[in-house]
Each structure stands twice: as structure tokens, then as C-alpha cells.
Design a protein around this ligand. Structure first.
Ligand code: BES
Ligand code: ZN
Length: 619
């Protein structure tokens, strides 16, 4: 990057000025270049520590701040480059002095580079800035959009490349830094971050945070709302709005046990506390593994603890992802595939093999659907992706998660569980707080798992999995004893047994999900009515089951479910649920009209990432 673009003069008239001294970090951090999704040039200069001062203004829907970066400049460095997206840069100083800086041309997905003049002795870059009212990472909710409907709410979602829309940063997963933050919010609200958090509101409205472990920018997170906290054990707890906290604490009661199971599998938890923040329903994901504070959708509060494997997933990221991080978004399977594997191992430890087998089966069904949609020769079905020139969010499919999972199962089966677990333990320990590319992983795998055993290497055929599209033929056959029972019940029903007479008493939501997903293609609305009467799918409080049922209802034009469909789409912003339904609606002319009608009302309730996907679909 160069400085040929508009020179913006250091104005220094920031409305909310923050002063502070950056703290240098002790941590050894690794950096890596050639990330196609960041303008930063770590070969010249990298960030090491962030001291952030923010004021959150709900009226203006704006964060006004000062990002004070401790940097490390290499010999001969002339410029440090930050990523920004829709940020207003008010002033920049280097080591306390005004300096020249420029904002480069805007890229559709990447935003604009902020080039700041430095030299190799420069230590500190301070940036005064404001966010735009439609900053991609931020969702500003009015009281009506929260559970309690009393106070507004704000949350961030930084993964994959949205951190740059609320903090000027080197927004690459290959660059790590520690942070401190001081955040001022309206006095009646509380601020929490992906860092150490207090458990009670204070009267000043100012909250301080410290993240002492070096993290990549996509793990920076902030939420502001009317929050309460409940402890769930030694180092686990939950934050939620007052009307949700009790239900959430009940639902997540097993969180401490989950932590203990995870630690037994792959080593000590390195982040101090593990708390979960339950967000309003517009949160676009199921969960987001923000360090020390997972952000979660309220749709996992099913009332029967049946959807807690999602927390196992986010907890597992504390090792795969947060401790050992994919170097670029092309390597995302290293985050998500490993995490899916770890999640299912945790669930196996807690609930037994039959339970974990159900999760693997459901995942495999999703993988088959994705392979069918994308086509088995589509390059996006390789584990190593090539997302250059694209929004990394677009390459985000089940492939990284489920094909990645399958590969780890192949390794486990071939090497034996004991040996594979020892390998994973060592992998996490030896790469802690580092980033890793697919190629580096493959080298490590040859050195530490294969160890010259050619037969073992051939049996796994890692290169095929990573660099070739589709599903290699050494993919394991997954079976599930509990789903076999569901299949039997389905057959009975198809052969005439009344729905109410099926042996469904002991079914968990996973069995129900499998049942709904495997109802016959040619099911009639009369049959759906019978099922609904017996099992109350349209009224289901389980978001997974309801989501699958509503999808089927759209496919089959089961209009009795349409009022529930409207309510669901207007309230829930979790993209994994709503996108398939919108897609199905958009498949027919009248359906598309209906989708557009619903979306016009629902859109303000969705986060930017969900809006982006659905805008594209319905345009
Ligand atoms: N890290 C992801 C969410 C994510 C991925 C956000 C890529 C942005 C870009 C998180 O851990 C995740 O995978 N969430 C899943 C739940 C999981 C159980 C599969 C989700 O939100 O559905
Ligand atoms: Zn994940």
C-alpha cells in the first residue's frame, strides 16, 4: 500500500477525546502476511497491544473512540496499515505527535486501508475515530427488539472481517494482540467484552476490561444492555437480560461439567473464566466464541437442555480457534472442523456415544445437502479454500465444519483414538496463542502423527481431503442407533400406524429433528396436519425442530403453519434457520412475493450479516 491517496490532515477535533498510555505486552506473538482479506502489511509493522477508549451513544447509534496501538515496526518501515470499514477517522498521532495519514480507495468487502506514516523507531499509533450508523459489525436494538423491551441493546459480531467497522485494526486472523478497554455507556446499562468482566452494573456507566492473552481482531467483542449475571460453577457463568437469566441459568446448568470434560480431553483451559452471554433473538449466529464470553442466540434455550451442544462447540473453540487460530479465512476448517470434532467428543463424554452419534449424523446430513447444492466438483468444497476477491462470509459453508469433521474422524479411526488424542493435546499445547496455515498443519501432522508410517498416511490421504473437491471415498460411514429407531417409527407411520401411536416418548430434540427432516418427499398436507395434531410441531418451542418443520411447511404449502412462520421470521435473526426458509420461499413466484412481504417487516430485526445474505437472495 502506498500514500498516494487523499491526505487527510490531522484535525485533532475529536468530539470525545480519550487520553491514555499504551501498555506493552510481554507475550510472544506470531504474525503472518498474505491474508487476502486484510490491507495490513505485517512485514513492515504489526500491532501488539490495544488500549481502547470508547463512548457508546445509543441516540446517534455511534461509537466514538480512541484506539491506542502499541506497535512493532520492522527495520526500514515507513508505513503501518490498518483496516477500516465505514470509520470516520478524526485524527492520528504517532508517539504523541501529529503525523500524515491517508485512507485508501474503498473495496466492496474490505473497506479502506488506513495508511499511517511511521519509522522503524515508532512505538505507538493513536487513532481517534467514530463508527458509522450502519457499521457492519454493530447491531443497535431498540427496546422492542430485546427480551425485556425496556432498554436498548448493542452487540458486535466481528468474525470474519467486520472488526474493522468498529475498531481500526489489522484485521487478519494471523495477527494477534492483547487489549485493555475503557467503555462508557448509558448509566442504566452494563458493558461486557471478550475479556475479563465484572458481574454487576456500576453507577458510573464506565467499564474497564483487560484481555491478557494475545487474540486476533475477529475475537474482539462488545455488548451493552440491561444485563444480569449468574454463576454456574468454579469458572463458568451466564449473562442475560433480567427476564431471561433464570431460564438461561437452568438451561446451562451443566456448563461447568462441560468445561471439566473439555479440559480432560485436550488440556487446561487457558482463558480464566468461561461465561455465556445470551443475546436478543436477532443475533445472526447460534454462537460466537468470543474469548471469556461466548455470545449465544436465545434460540438454544429450549427448556429441556437439549441444544447445549452448541455451547460445547463454542467452548471447544477456546482451544481450536482461539488458542490455535486459522492464519487466513482460507484455512477456516482448522477452526471449525476441529471444533466440530472437539464438540462431539465433549458431548460423547457427557451424554454417551449414542448421543454424539446423533450429532455426527445430523452434521453429515447437512454436509450431503451442501455438497448437493454446491456440486461435488465445486472448488468451494475443498477444505483449503480460495476466497480471494470474495467476501469470506460467502465461502462459509458446512464444508469447513462437516467435511473438516469427517477428516478428523478418518484420522482418529486410522491412528486409533489414544494416539490421535495425544496428537491433538500436543498440537494445542505447542501452538498455543499462535496462528497456523493449512500447510503448516499438514507438516505438523506428518511429523507428529504419521511419523514416517507410510501405510497410515496413505490410509488417511490428507491431501485428497484438503486440496480436492467433494468427499473422498475413505469417508467413514456414520451410524446412529437412536436414529435407527426413528427410522423405524417413520416406516411404521408411512405404513399406516397413527402418529399418536408411535413410540416417541423418549425422543430428544435431535430425534425429532431427524424425524422431521426425513418425512417422505411426497407427504401431503393432510398428513402434516395429522402429525401437527399429534406432536404440535407448529407450536414447538424448540427452534431446531420448528425451523425444520417451517421449512417443510413452505415446501409443501402447509398454510396452517404460516402464521407461526411469520412470527418466526420476524423475531429470529439466526441465519442458519432463516436463510433456508427464505430460499425455499424464493423458489416460487408467489412464495417470493410472500418472502419479500415478510422480509420488509423483518429486515430491521436482522443483523447486517443476515441482511446481506437475504438481500442477495431476494434482489
Ligand atoms: N465461529 C462461528 C461463527 C462464525 C463463523 C461467524 C464464521 C462468522 C464467520 C461459531 O463458532 C459457529 O460455528 N457457530 C455455529 C454453531 C455451531 C454449533 C455450528 C452457528 O452459529 O450456527
Ligand atoms: Zn464454530
Amino acid at each position: 500500500m502506498n500514500l498516494k491517496y487523499t491526505i487527510v490532515l490531522a484535525a485533532g477535533l475529536a468530539a470525545c477525546k480519550h487520553e491514555n498510555k499504551p501498555q506493552a505486552t510481554q507475550q510472544q506473538v506470531t504474525t503472518r502476511a498474505d491474508d487476502a482479506h486484510s490491507f495490513s502489511d505485517p512485514k513492515q509493522a504489526v500491532v501488539k497491544h490495544l488500549n481502547l477508549k470508547l463512548t457508546v451513544d445509543f441516540d446517534k447509534k455511534q461509537i466514538c473512540g480512541m484506539a491506542d496501538w502499541a506497535i512493532s515496526a520492522k527495520k526500514g518501515a515507513k508505513t503501518i496499515i490498518f483496516d477500516t470499514n465505514d470509520l470516520q477517522i478524526d485524527s492520528v498521532k504517532v508517539d504523541g505527535d501529529s503525523t500524515s495519514y491517508s485512507l485508501g480507495h474503498e473495496d466492496e468487502f474490505l473497506g479502506r486501508p488506513l495508511n499511517v506514516k511511521i519509522n522503524s523507531a515508532s512505538k505507538r499509533v493513536s487513532i481517534w475515530y467514530k463508527t458509522s450508523s450502519d457499521a457492519a459489525a454493530l447491531q443497535w436494538l431498540n427496546p422492542q427488539q430485546t427480551a425485556d423491551k425496556k432498554y436498548p441493546f448493542l452487540f458486535t459480531q466481528s468474525e470474519a472481517i467486520l472488526a474493522r467497522s468498529w475498531v481500526p485494526c489489522q484485521d487478519s486472523p494471523g495477527i494477534r494482540f492483547t487489549y485493555d478497554a475503557k467503555v462508557s455507556v448509558p448509566k442504566e446499562l452494563m458493558a461486557v467484552m471478550s475479556a475479563s468482566n465484572v458481574t454487576q452494573k456500576n453507577t458510573s456507566g464506565t467499564y474497564q476490561f483487560n484481555q491478557k492473552n494475545a487474540i486476533p481482531s475477529y475475537l474482539m467483542a462488545l455488548a451493552v444492555g440491561d444485563l444480569e449475571f449468574r454463576s454456574l460453577g468454579r469458572n463458568t457463568g451466564v449473562y442475560a437480560e433480567p427476564s431471561v437469566i433464570k431460564k438461561a441459568a437452568w438451561e446451562f446448568e451443566g456448563l461447568q461439567k462441560m468445561m471439566d470434560s473439555a479440559e480432560k480431553l485436550y488440556g487446561k483451559y487457558r482463558w480464566g473464566r468461561y461465561d455465556v452471554l445470551v443475546l436478543p433473538p436477532s443475533f445472526p449466529f447460534g454462537g460466537m466464541e468470543n474469548p471469556e464470553l461466548t455470545f449465544a442466540t436465545p434460540t438454544i434455550i429450549a427448556g429441556d437442555r437439549s441444544l447445549v451442544s452448541l455451547l460445547a462447540h463454542e467452548l471447544a473453540h477456546s482451544w481450536s480457534g482461539n488458542l490455535v487460530t486459522n492464519a487466513t479465512w482460507n484455512d477456516m476448517w482448522l477452526n471449525e472442523g476441529f471444533t466440530n470434532y472437539f464438540e462431539r467428543r465433549i458431548m460423547e463424554k457427557m451424554e454417551g456415544k449414542n448421543y454424539a452419534d446423533m450429532l455426527a449424523q445430523l452434521g453429515f446430513q447437512e454436509l450431503q445437502g451442501t455438497l448437493q447444492d454446491l456440486g461435488a466438483t465445486n472448488p468451494d468444497t475443498k477444505l483449503k479454500l480460495d476466497l480471494k476477491g470474495r467476501n469470506p462470509d460467502d465461502g462459509l459453508t458446512d464444508i469447513a465444519y462437516e467435511k473438516g469433521y469427517c477428516l478428523l474422524r478418518v484420522m482418529e479411526n486410522a491412528a486409533g483414538r489414544e494416539r490421535f488424542d495425544a496428537f491433538l493435546n500436543k498440537y494445542f499445547a505447542s501452538h498455543a496463542f499462535q496462528t497456523i496455515t493449512t500447510e503448516e498443519f499438514i507438516n505438523y501432522y506428518y511429523k507428529e502423527l504419521i511419523k514416517g508410517d507410510k501405510a497410515l498416511g496413505d490410509k488417511i490421504a490428507i491431501e485428497k481431503w484438503v486440496y480436492e473437491p467433494g468427499l473422498p471415498d475413505n469417508c467413514p460411514k456414520f451410524t446412529s442407533a437412536r436414529f435407527d429407531e426413528v427410522n423405524k417409527a417413520l416406516e411404521q407411520w408411512i405404513n399406516g400406524t397413527a402418529a399418536s401411536a408411535l413410540p416417541t416418548n423418549a425422543w430428544s430434540s435431535h430425534e425429532w429433528l431427524h424425524f422431521v427432516r426425513h418425512l417422505p418427499e411426497n407427504i401431503t398436507t393432510t398428513q402434516m396436519k395429522e402429525l401437527d395434531k399429534a406432536f404440535h410441531f407448529t407450536q414447538s418451542g424448540n427452534s431446531e425442530v420448528l425451523g425444520a418443520w417451517l421449512l417443510l411447511s413452505v415446501k409443501k404449502r402447509y398454510v396452517a403453519a404460516y402464521p407461526a412462520l411469520n412470527t418466526f421470521l420476524e423475531n429470529v435473526g439466526r441465519r442458519r434457520f432463516i436463510l433456508p426458509i427464505y430460499k425455499q420461499l424464493a423458489a416460487s413466484e408467489d412464495g417470493k412475493k410472500m418472502a419479500k412481504d415478510i422480509y420488509s417487516k423483518a429486515r430491521p430485526n436482522y443483523h447486517y450479516v443476515a441482511q446481506e445474505s437475504i438481500d442477495n437472495l431476494l434482489k
